[in-house]
Design a protein around this ligand. Structure first.
Ligand code: ADP
Length: 475
């Protein structure tokens, strides 16, 4: 697995990157708007000053002159005023050519003269310069030029830049720290879940996370883990129980066989006695082989590999065959067998279906007293095909009905194996029914009898299969 930056860091870095882009865009926008607004206001102010100054200009014998009060306001390095008459002669000039840089101020153009504003760059920094004509008796008598240093404005803009340059990294740092702490806080339950799940071993599947989280994504994740552990735990318990029961079920007959062998070998016997003992042992071996066979079939069912060979089967023929093969057994038990089969075709594994019916029939015969009846039949219903075995036997007490399909479960646990099976018959029958996509159900009334039904979805009509096959060959 490729090592990656932890989610916590990735979230923080993404968060910081987005914030940085936002802050830079916002800062640049604010700076540009402020600069435009401040420059416009400044230019307007310089123009106003020029207009005011032009109003205070008098025409004396020495030409155009500025009144002293106005002239005083242009003392200092930051501002200057220049006046030119219509002949192009400069009559007032407070500009300090040395400070502004020689030749920086362009000659005042008098004709044609119009209002004008521009920024000039001098050794002393940029100046906003406004020129307005001086009108006397409807004629242009000259022009006045006012210049104001933009240094204050530039200083303000520089200050704003510095504020942004400091504020952006600071807020970015604070946001990264906040983001790191927040994502750590949000992801803490994940770390908690990981740590707790990591220490759960196969043999302590009873452990649960039991995290008291709100019903959000992480709360549901923890609850899902607990639910999954519940399922794994009970599957594991069932498996353990099954293995234990199977071992127990195999060990008892094996130790019985061992004592039989010990008994026979205890002293020399006649060949007839050995033969009798071996016949007894063969029966036990057959019995064990049957149990092992059933366990293997159940294991195949668990692995999902049942049934192997499904084909179109006439179920009424199967019922007839079962009735025939149980006839003498039923006769001996004093039980009447009734064939209730009506025509029914289904796609089943015939061998497994017979095995299911045999298991259910064995039980029915075992639990039906003399004079009782066992009905076995099949029929097609709305969209399913059903097989049943109904007896008039002892029935099954309500508290056991739900459990009789469990592996190794017997209603009367005290019964010996000679009287009953290993408790696997119905478990296997149910597995066979489910492997066919069907169900095996029971309806039982103690004292009146039980009815077992195996139902599976109807087979599609023969015709449609033939058409499908033909289409495929055309293809
Ligand atoms: P077993 O091998 O012991 O017969 P099964 O799985 O076939 O095991 O049956 C489980 C239990 O269900 C049996 O122990 C039996 O008591 C009960 N049972 C099954 N079929 C019938 C029936 N037709 N009538 C009464 N009890 C039944």
């Amino acid at each position: 697995m490729q090592a990656r930056v932890p989610i916590r860091w990735r979230m923080t870095i993404w968060y910081a990157a987005l914030l940085l882009v936002t802050l830079i865009l916002l800062g640049t926008g604010i700076y540009l708007v402020l600069r435009t607004v401040l420059s416009d206001t400044f230019a307007e102010q310089v123009r106003q000053d020029a207009v005011l100054a032009s109003a205070g200009i008098t025409i004396g014998p020495d030409g155009l002159s500025v009144d002293p009060a106005t002239l005083a306001s242009f003392d200092g390095d930051e501002r200057f005023i220049r006046v030119v008459d219509s002949t192009g002669r400069i009559t007032v000039d407070t500009a300090d050519a040395e400070e502004l840089g020689a030749g920086v101020l362009p000659p005042l153009d008098v004709v044609p003269i119009r209002r004008e504003y521009r920024t000039i760059h001098t050794d002393d920094g940029p100046y906003g310069v406004a020129i307005v004509p001086i009108m006397r008796d409807g004629r242009v008598a000259g022009a006045v030029e006012v210049g104001v240093s933009r240094s204050d404005l530039e200083q303000t803009l520089r200050l704003i830049t510095i504020v942004f340059a400091v504020a952006i990294p600071l807020s970015l740092g604070a946001a990264m720290l906040g983001g790191y702490l927040l994502s750590g806080w949000a992801l803490a339950p994940v770390v908690d879940i990981t740590n707790r799940v990591a220490v759960i071993e196969a043999d302590d599947l009873d452990t649960r996370l039991h995290l008291d989280l709100p019903d959000d994504e992480l709360g549901r994740l923890a609850a899902t883990f607990d639910a999954m552990l519940d399922r794994i735990g009970s599957a594991f318990d069932r498996q353990k129980q099954f293995t234990g029961d199977a071992a127990h079920e195999l060990r008892t007959p094996l130790s019985l066989m061992r004592s039989q062998v010990d008994l026979i070998l205890d002293r020399p016997r006649s060949s007839a006695a050995y033969q009798a003992a071996l016949i007894g042992l063969r029966d036990d071996v057959d019995r064990l082989t049957a149990i092992v066979g059933t366990l293997l079939t159940l294991a195949r069912a668990d692995a999902g590999t049942l049934p192997a060979m499904r084909e179109r089967v006439d179920l009424s023929a199967v019922v007839r065959q079962i009735v025939a093969s149980y006839a003498s057994q039923a006769d001996a038990a004093g039980v009447t067998l009734v064939d209730e089969a009506s025509p029914a075709i289904a796609d089943v594994d015939e061998g497994l279906t017979v095995q299911l019916l045999v298991n259910v029939m064995d039980n029915a015969l075992a639990h039906t007293p003399i004079g009782g009846t066992i009905r076995i039949g099949c029929e097609v219903r709305a969209d399913e095909v059903c097989l049943w075995v109904a007896d008039t036997g002892a029935g099954i007490p309500a508290e056991h009905v739900d459990r009789i399909f469990d592996r190794f479960y017997r209603v009367d646990a005290g019964r010996t194996r000679s009287q009953g099976g290993a408790g696997l018959g119905l478990a296997l029958s149910k597995a066979i029914a489910e492997a066919h996509g069907g169900t095996l159900t029971v309806a039982s009334t103690p004292g009146e009898g039980s009815r077992f039904e195996f139902c599976l979805p109807s087979a599609p009509p023969m015709g449609s299969i033939a058409v499908e096959a033909r289409d495929r060959t055309n293809f």
